[in-house]
Design a protein. Structure first.
Lengths: 398, 378
């Protein structure tokens, strides 16, 4: 056994290259933009410029071939790139791009669509994606966007929540349901839709999480044929491919600044002259959070090792995500117990410790935990504990 | 990074499983637990016969000098089958104390007997003020005319009832630093003034109260330096703790598998109970605890083998994980099994009993988290 996680010589060389590049091209304003409540136009402009630079380098879709706007990196170096960006709070740049691109790539894109893919890969165009936590949870009867056919065009009706940081996206990437009574695998089509079509209205959504979300209403929106991605009713399958996007849990390193900050806070904050970290109850809580992070690291390491040896992951990746979601929630509880009411102050309050990042972590943990039900289902299925599926009227499932 | 077992470890794992499968059916576990001593001589002799008692002892003293990860593979398997034996007390804790503290002559005299299994030792450390730090040792050893006299009580001592000899940790000097002033004494269990009583309760493996009433020990039976025994004890406790974690990880894995298998086959309302989300959640909880236990234990063992400076933190982390996780997994598994789980013949309760006993042995989660905080300078 060997629990040392280290890059190969080739990875170390590439890491040096990435770090040098980021040193030159990374503006101070986006050293860590992931935690900012809202990216205003100024800071988004900086992010957009960085996205284009990354795109021009082929690093937004690093594993795609050069002709598709990528750099043709092998998975090992793609890991290095993601970990370097993620360490600076910029992993989302790759994640936002990858979903739509993978779907397009799977359709053997030609012509217009190929140039669209290149534009996305080059960072010139951003996409918003309709929000769903897991393809396994997609219920056609509950999906808010419906599609009907009108000659070669499609008509979209309904509404959905979309995610994306680009304030002016070039496209909306979504699924739409043909038949709410149908089995999910045959119920959906996938679309890349320009947001300026007649009948589309966009409304900001206020949520706990700083990630921007938008409610988009479709009122008899006529969609030209080229907006359909793949074949009709391929949506479930294509949606599945968008979930193959890089996810932080797919990598070995664990970025957990909030815990490090909390440990520092506890070490350096005193009550009646004594560090609060020395107080036995708080000390126990801090170590519980430390242990949770340790297990998180070990689970990621296990998953990475399994991937590297070609071992099939069954429940493992979902277990890692579930552990991380639960650990983040527990950390937010521990933060409140260790810090008391100071944990609730945000970045606008001059008395907020650590610029309000503790408060932010609590909101993020709660938001990110919303997918835990899906991960539990995936684990249960992998363990051979079949779920009880609700009866579907007219289901064509075999 | 390579998380696979090596060739030797894979062979050890296979042979250990084969051995345990043959020797430790659940009826046998119950039989041993129900016996007054909690000790099966024939099982111990077979374990020693295949060399397990000598694995932590260097070859020069009659052992096979295996790595702790090698031994961890055996412990994980023993835990999976809820095997009771004095192995941890004698072949690990006491052998390591002797290795760390003993003179060359003491090592040569004592270790071969431990490595062959012919001599069983038990480490008598904990007292009525139960704890695993030096500050909880109060039993007095008074020097008098070239010998020492032990007076006091030891509590919750595993395997003292079946041991030939005890390694008794006693205070020879009192002072502000609790780690200073401790010494180790080799005491025959049948020496005048020594009495051993198996403690009662839902405890497994069994633990004992050992009373020392004016017990005389010659200076030649002092192990290591007078007043300076703690470093050797601390090192040995670390090694034993890492292996105990592997044992508890094996038990947690078994408890998970029992919950999973039962939820697949037990039918309620016409469907397997595993289709109910509430049941699935319990099974997933046991799986999470099992995997957390396994990987934290193996990382600790690996660091121990590497002589990694962070080994003690990892060992305490692993013990905190298993001390919390094994009992939690058992409770979740009981929720899945409902009434049948409490049937002693069914096999789950033997794990629950071990989880609750071993949760405290060599330090509970509270102790180990406090130790981590100290080591990490939090």
């Amino acid at each position: 056994m060997d629990f040392t996680y280290k890059y190969t010589d080739g990875q170390q060389r590439f890491q040096g290259e990435v770090q040098s590049w980021l040193e030159v091209h990374l503006p101070d304003e986006v050293q860590d933009s992931s935690g900012q409540p809202v990216l205003d136009q100024t800071s988004w402009g900086v992010c957009a410029a960085l996205r284009e630079k990354l795109g021009a380098k082929g690093w937004l879709t690093p594993q795609e071939p050069i002709e598709r706007g990528g750099e043709g990196l092998d998975p090992a170096n793609a890991t290095v790139l993601f970990e370097e960006l993620d360490a600076r709070g910029l992993g989302w740049l790759l994640e936002e791009t990858a979903g739509a691109l993978r779907a397009i790539a799977r359709c053997d894109a030609q012509g217009d669509r190929e140039s669209l893919a290149t534009a996305i890969a080059n960072g010139r165009i951003g996409c918003w994606r309709s929000q769903f936590h897991s393809i396994d949870d997609l219920d056609p009867g509950d999906w808010g966007i419906q599609v009907t056919r009108d000659a070669d065009d499609r008509i979209l009706d309904g509404e959905g929540i979309f995610q994306g940081r680009d304030p002016a996206p070039g496209y909306l990437w979504t699924l739409a349901v043909h038949d709410p009574e149908c089995h999910p695998e045959q119920a959906f089509s996938a679309f890349l839709i320009p947001p300026n079509l007649d009948g589309i209205s966009i409304h900001p959504v206020r949520r706990m999480s700083p990630d921007p979300a938008h409610r988009i209403c479709f009122d008899q929106v006529r969609i030209p044929p080229h907006c359909l991605v793949g074949q009709e009713k391929d949506g479930w399958d294509l949606g599945r491919s968008t979930f193959l996007i890089p996810s932080a849990t797919a990598y070995t390193s664990v970025q957990d600044q909030p815990l490090d900050d909390l440990l520092d806070y506890a070490r350096t904050t005193t009550v009646q002259g004594v560090s609060i970290a020395a107080e036995p109850v708080r000390q126990q809580l801090l170590m519980e959070a430390y242990i949770n992070r340790g297990i998180q690291r070990l689970f990621r390491m296990r998953d990475t090792w399994m991937r590297s040896t070609g071992t099939a992951l069954t429940y493992h990746a979902a277990q890692t995500r579930l552990w991380e979601q639960r650990s983040a929630l527990r950390l937010s509880e521990i933060t409140r117990e260790v810090m008391g009411v100071y944990a609730l102050l945000d970045h606008r309050d001059p008395r907020a410790p650590n610029n309000g990042n503790f408060e932010l972590q609590q909101r993020l943990a709660l938001t990110n935990s919303s997918a835990s039900g899906s991960d539990s289902k995936i684990i249960a299925r992998a363990l051979g504990l079949a779920s009880q599926e609700p009866e579907r009227v007219g289901s064509s499932a075999g | 990074m390579d998380l696979a077992l090596n060739e030797v470890q894979t062979m050890l794992q296979n042979s250990a499983r084969e051995f345990m499968e043959a020797e430790m059916p659940k009826s046998r576990v119950l039989e041993i637990d129900d016996s007054p001593s909690g000790f099966a001589v024939d099982l111990w002799e077979k374990m020693c016969g295949i060399g397990w008692a000598g694995m932590a002892v260097p070859e020069e003293y009659g052992g096979s000098g295996n790595s702790f990860t090698d031994l961890g593979v055996i412990y994980e398997t023993m835990g999976y089958y809820a095997c009771s034996s004095p192995h941890l007390s004698s072949a690990v804790l006491c052998s390591q104390v002797i290795l760390e503290a003993g003179s060359q002559e003491q090592k040569q005299t004592l270790l071969p007997g431990i490595a062959s299994g012919q001599q069983i030792f038990s480490l008598a450390l904990t007292e009525p003020e139960y704890g695993w730090g030096a500050d909880t040792v109060h039993l007095q050893a008074t020097r008098h005319n070239g010998s020492f006299t032990l007076e006091g009580d030891k509590l919750f001592i595993p395997d003292a009832n079946v041991a030939d000899r005890l390694l008794v940790v006693a205070r020879t000097t009192a002072g502000p630093d609790p780690e200073h002033g401790l010494s180790i004494f080799i005491v025959d269990k049948d020496a005048p003034g020594v009495s051993v009583r198996v403690q009662t309760g839902w405890i497994g493996p069994k633990v004992c109260e050992v009373n020392f009433a004016n017990v005389s020990v010659s200076e030649s039976n002092v192990l290591g330096p007078v007043d300076g025994a703690w470093p050797a004890i601390a090192k040995s406790l670390d090694r034993g703790t890492a292996l105990l974690c592997a044992y508890m990880a094996g038990g947690t894995q078994k408890v998970f598998e029992m919950a999973r298998d039962y939820s697949q086959t037990r039918i309620a309302f016409g469907v397997p109970i595993g289709t109910f989300q509430r049941v699935q959640d319990h099974v997933i909880d046991t799986l999470n605890e099992a995997d957390a236990a396994k990987w934290s234990a193996y990382e600790a063992l690996w660091k121990l083998d590497q002589d990694d400076p962070g080994a003690s933190v990892s060992i305490s982390m692993a013990k905190a994980v298993v001390s919390t996780g094994f009992p939690k997994a058992c409770e979740a598994s009981h929720h899945v099994h409902a009434g049948i789980g409490t049937d002693l013949e069914f096999g789950l309760t033997q794990y629950t009993k071990r989880a609750r006993t071993l949760q405290h042995y060599l330090g509970d989660a509270i102790y180990h988290k406090a130790r981590m905080a100290k080591l990490l300078a939090v």
